[in-house]
Design a protein around this ligand. Structure first.
Ligand code: NAD
Ligand code: UFG
Length: 336
């Protein structure tokens, strides 16, 4: 059985579906600090069966002992964590406690219960401001905020664990920019308050909840002057986790792979693609650059293909169509 920490969240809920479709049994472990039970109910509807679920906090050894005792857990996919860059600058201790201390507690529990296989949600943010694109896994690592540093620290901690005990099987997945939603339109990204990220902001502008998108910077050294990112459909990303679990037993070293499409799209490309998918106008204005942003970030995904047999299948049109279906069917997210 696979323990999915943070399995009620955006990427976790989509990954639960892919795991079940691939024949894996799983138990979700979540404290709902950034998600709701409703997402799991909807996952149950999509897969047509009950999902095992344990409410708990990864920082609590007691909670972790509880789930390891209640289920026969063989491997862990570890999504649980906080992810808002700005909030991490304001609340660094909360981020280090939740992400880093939480992961240490999880590893302690895994050791205790002799479960030594983990797939970890890392991020392209660990490349800092890359010297060139596309980004390969051996590029230098750096961080510019506590969120990014928490991901870097966790990667290092997991590598140290492997050095101390080579029975561990560890996959570090560095996600680029996850967007989109399940094609049913019943689960998707449901940010609290005003979204920080581009796609939910565009979607909420298109649906009429927000008035106007501020495009952060029109003077970057990119084709149209706006920031370029590697947007990846969350269903492709979910599939990357299944592929990682499929090969994890064969690993002889810590495996680190980029999960991206290899294509870079600008902010204005995404606005246009979303307008096409939704038939709505997305009002926008060019605004000053956002502190900490970089011009271009996209993956070289060839190592993922070589190591996992994984590559992204869905393009920008599907990302926008699926995101629109979720947003227009659920303008208030899961709370409606
Ligand atoms: P999310 O907030 O939707 O999901 C995270 C889940 O973890 C939530 O359900 C939350 O309630 C749970 N959680 C948080 N702290 C917990 C704790 N202490 N104990 C138990 N559960 C806890 O975020 P997401 O977008 O699905 O991201 C999942 C993972 O992927 C995170 O680790 C995130 O840092 C990483 N990641 C996300 C992105 C992105 O842009 N979405 C990019 C790169 C990496
Ligand atoms: N952008 C806007 N207006 C907005 C929001 C974003 O113009 O209202 C622009 C940004 O300047 C950037 C692009 O849209 O050029 C993407 O921004 P996001 O905030 O959606 O994503 P980032 O690339 O900044 O960062 C995201 C996550 C990080 C993660 C990183 C890599 O927020 O946590 O992807 O995975 F580390």
């Amino acid at each position: 059985m696979v323990l999915v920490t943070g399995g009620a969240g955006y990427i976790g809920s989509h990954t639960c579906i892919s795991l079940i479709e691939a024949g894996y049994d799983l138990v979700v472990f979540d404290n709902f600090c950034n998600s709701s039970r409703e997402s799991l109910k909807r996952v149950e509807k999509i897969v047509g069966r009950k999902i095992n679920f344990f409410e708990g906090d990864i920082r609590s050894s007691e909670d972790l002992d509880g789930v390891f005792k209640a289920f026969e857990i063989d491997s862990v996919i570890h999504f649980a964590g906080l992810k808002a860059v700005g909030e991490s600058v304001a609340e660094p201790v909360m981020y280090y406690d939740n992400n880093v201390s939480g992961t240490v507690k999880l590893c302690e529990a895994m050791n205790k219960h002799k479960c030594k296989k983990i797939v970890f949600s890392s991020s392209a943010t660990v490349y800092g401001d890359p010297h060139t694109t596309p980004i390969k896994e051996d590029f230098p690592l750096s961080a510019t905020n506590p969120y990014g540093r928490s991901k870097l620290f966790i990667e290092e901690i997991l590598r140290d664990i492997f050095v101390s005990d080579s029975e561990w099987k560890i996959v570090l997945l560095r996600y680029f920019n996850p967007v989109g939603a399940h094609k049913s339109g019943t689960i998707g990204e449901d940010p609290n308050g005003i979204p920080n990220n581009l796609m939910p902001y565009i979607a909420q502008t298109a649906v009429g909840k927000l008035e106007c998108l501020s495009v952060f910077g029109g003077d970057y050294d990119t084709e149209d002057g706006t920031g370029v990112r590697d947007y990846i459909h969350v269903v492709d990303l979910a599939d990357g986790h299944v592929k990682a679990l499929n090969i994890i037993n064969k690993l002889e070293n810590v495996l680190t792979v980029n999960l991206g499409t290899g294509n870079g799209y600008s902010v204005l490309d995404m606005v246009k693609a979303f307008e096409k998918a939704s038939g709505k106008t997305v009002n926008y204005k060019i605004a000053p650059r956002r502190a900490g942003d970089i011009a271009k970030c996209y993956a070289d995904p060839s190592y993922a293909l070589e190591q996992l047999g994984w590559s992204a299948k869905l393009g920008v049109d599907e990302m926008c169509e699926d995101s629109w279906r979720w947003q227009s069917n659920n303008p208030e997210g899961y709370t409606a």
